[in-house]
Design a protein around this ligand. Structure first.
Ligand code: SF4
Ligand code: SF4
Length: 452
């Protein structure tokens, strides 16, 4: 793996920081660049865990072990508390363990609050009526909005659309039960400025990833929950201003569009696992690819589009999070009734994929590293960092990450990760795929890798 160009360390967190900007190569306290890198790496993981934990807590789900870990891990990064790099590496892996607990808690919160997800086809066209477009990860405000539209007797007048990470809302029975929840508009957050401008109705941002609006829609966007935008009204609980504003915006016309399939979850995939195992044993499913993560405005994201296009027809893809908008609108077909492409939802739904992978390993009597399973991640921000730490905590080797390496790892820290976990940067999709297909599989090196 090629090393990243890193800037010298930068720490300005205490009064001993050196002028003009802070300690940039060695701390007055004795901290060096590698320790600073590990502390930052830990803090970014904590931010990711906090995002998941926030959503669980918003729904009333709590775990004192997670709270204690967040406090103690942050405390460790104060000035003059812990100078042991080994301790920070252990703490990063512990963050991975805690993140699995957090993802499990959030999944429980979602399922108990909104019902177990069901596989659904989501329209991408539009329905006649005024529109409200909801983006982000927070299902709770979406539920409140749908309820208030019902209470105001406006379910025929206003249709609600999901954007980006809100797409899987359609798979939760208690959200889907509202007739005003209609379809999905657009792709990932990366295109939101263009897609929000094209949407004629009101937009509500509920969490990350929301951006400052352009003038084209600045007068019809609101935030709620954790999200906030400069100069944009923020709603807490009462969505009347957004609903009233929607009634002033132009109506959408009925327009047919394609359908996106989402809603895979361990509760609806585990019953298929015996069949998947039979198909693996019969050589009819050669490989399982977990391709998921964030989208970002980087031309290198084309890697994931091409990679999923190349995946052989006797392999399946499990996906989650917003990079999938590069490749979720294809018809992947099935292998003897097993869908070749399964969308598990948001980055907040990754837990399901871990449950399935662990169960597959258990039933095949192999460890995760010896399964015919490869993981290809795209990362943009700290939620994906926390997921990466969970995979490392599980001891999974050979993960491909991209489209770029984290710049918060110094070359030394990166080298350690590569050595211990065989962490790889995505490169050429054909070559990477060829390499991945060798794993846990009896594919003959000389045979054509790409079947049609
Ligand atoms: S904590 Fe250490 S490295 Fe950071 S500003 Fe203070 S003295 Fe410098
Ligand atoms: S997957 Fe990452 S980039 Fe995409 S919406 Fe979730 S947090 Fe944001």
């Amino acid at each position: 793996m090629s090393k990243v160009e890193t800037v010298p360390m930068l720490c300005d967190q205490c009064a001993m920081s050196l002028p003009p900007r802070g300690c940039t190569s060695y701390g007055v306290c004795g901290k060096d660049a590698d320790l600073q890198s590990l502390q930052e790496a830990l803090i970014y993981g904590l931010k990711g865990i906090s995002a998941y934990y926030y959503h669980a807590r918003s729904l009333g789900y709590d775990d004192p072990e997670i709270s204690y870990f967040l406090a103690s891990a942050l405390y460790k990064t104060l000035t003059n508390v812990d100078f042991s790099k080994e301790n920070f590496i252990k703490m990063i892996l512990e963050a991975g363990r805690i993140h699995i607990k957090t993802m499990e808690l959030l999944d429980k919160a979602y399922v108990e609050t909104f019902g177990a997800p069901q596989v659904v086809e989501v329209p991408t066209g539009t329905e006649e009526g005024h529109g409200i477009l909801v983006t982000g990860h927070s299902y709770k405000p979406l539920y409140e909005l749908l309820k208030q539209i019902r209470e105001m007797g406006l379910e025929d007048e206003i249709k609600v659309y999901t954007h980006s990470e809100m797409l899987p809302a359609h798979s939760y029975p208690k959200l889907k039960a509202f007739p005003s929840l209609y379809g999905n508009w657009g792709g990932s957050w990366v295109y939101q400025k263009r897609e929000f401008a094209q949407f004629p109705g009101v937009i509500i941002g509920t969490s990350n990833c929301v951006q400052q609006p352009t003038p084209a829609y600045a007068n019809r966007i609101f935030t709620t929950d954790i999200a906030g935008l400069e100069g944009v009204p923020h709603l807490e609980g009462d969505f009347t201003p957004a609903i009233k504003r929607a009634l002033e915006t132009p109506r959408l016309e009925k327009k047919e569009g394609g359908k996106l399939v989402t809603g895979f979850h361990h509760t609806n995939v585990l019953p298929l696992l015996d069949k998947v195992i039979d198909l693996i044993n019969e050589g009819k499913i050669r490989h399982v690819f977990v391709v998921g993560g964030c989208d970002l405005p980087n031309p290198k994201m084309s890697y994931y589009k091409r990679f999923t296009e190349l995946v052989p027809k006797d392999s399946i893809i499990l996906s989650a999070a917003c990079a999938k908008f590069h490749y979720n609108n294809r018809n992947y077909g099935t292998i003897e009734g097993i869908p070749r492409f399964m969308d598990f939802g948001q980055c907040n739904n990754v837990y399901s994929i871990l449950v399935i992978a662990s169960e597959l390993a258990k039933r095949l009597g192999k460890d995760l590293n010896n399964l015919p399973v490869s993981i290809v991640l795209s990362w943009m921000e700290q939620k994906a960092v926390a997921i990466l730490y969970s995979l490392l905590y599980l001891g999974i080797r050979g993960i491909y990450i991209g489209p770029v390496l984290p710049k918060f790892f110094t070359p030394n820290v990166l080298e350690k990760l590569v050595k211990e976990f065989d962490l790889r940067l995505v490169g050429d999709p054909e070559k990477d795929l060829h390499e991945m297909l060798k794993k846990g599989s009896s594919v003959d090196e000389g045979s054509p890798v790409f079947t049609s």
